[in-house]
Design a protein around this ligand. Structure first.
Ligand SMILES: [Zn+2]
Length: 234
């Protein structure tokens, strides 16, 4: 059984508003939180969450400590998307991966030296059907794998997951990016950032969605994040 928000992702979007009682262990106060959007039951905005069915596929590999955090944005993004799965990371097992379509989103500076990188725009460019280029290194229908964790945890997860190293990699063009379309600084303020260029999981997903040309869904995700933040402490 998955605790808190990730448990609710097992259910469909339409089943939505699961509002269960949870215990605020830190304050030892009994509080009510919506397990889907993470806000208090009184401020639940599940009814306003978009359902994005035209975005690329994502798969989150979630650090166990991230699962119960109310500030987690990966589960919030998944709650809005038709094709977003997740698994709890464990060093004891290797994920069921598909080498033909899985792409690891991870900074090159921190990745395995042998990791093969492709430009994000190359990966999301429309592929001819059937493929005519004979370039087997670019999947026709990529699934983006994100490590949903703090940066410190993500580095450790990556290092201890050799199955990730064998997959194709890509990264966000955060620096030396000549286009005005490049991501600006993170707008997520509920967590202290460790350095410039560190984005929340939802923001990374929104950036990839935007890069596919689907600006409408990308903006919808950013709106969800803005709403979540504005009501989190209110
Ligand atoms: Zn809710």
């Amino acid at each position: 059984m998955y605790p808190l928000f990730f448990r609710s992702l097992i259910f469909s979007h339409e089943q939505a508003v699961a509002q269960e009682v949870s215990i605020d262990k830190k304050n030892d106060v009994r509080s009510q939180y919506c397990q889907r959007c993470g806000l208090s039951v009184q401020k639940c905005f599940c009814h306003a969450l978009p359902y994005l069915s035209e975005s690329p596929q994502f798969h989150l590999v979630v650090h166990p400590r991230e699962v119960s955090k109310r500030t987690n944005t990966g589960s919030l993004a998944c709650a809005c998307m038709a094709m977003c799965g997740f698994e709890i990371w464990s060093r004891q097992h290797a994920s069921a991966v598909d080498c033909n379509r899985d792409i690891v989103v991870f900074p090159k500076a921190l990745a395995n030296e042998q990791a093969l990188y492709r430009d994000l725009k190359e990966l999301i460019a429309p592929q001819p059907q059937p493929p005519q280029s004979h370039d087997q290194s670019i999947p026709i229908s990529p699934r983006f794998i994100l490590l949903d964790a703090t940066w410190q945890q993500a580095r450790k997860m990556y290092r201890q997951s050799p199955w990730l190293h064998t997959l194709l990699h890509t990264e966000l063009p955060l620096f030396d990016c000549p286009s005005s379309d490049c991501p600006s600084d993170s707008r997520y303020m509920l967590r202290k950032r460790q350095s410039e260029g560190h984005f929340s999981t939802l923001e990374v997903i929104a950036w990839i969605v935007n890069a596919t040309g689907n600006t409408r869904d990308a903006e919808a995700l950013q709106d969800v994040l803005a709403h979540f933040q504005s009501y989190f402490h209110s």
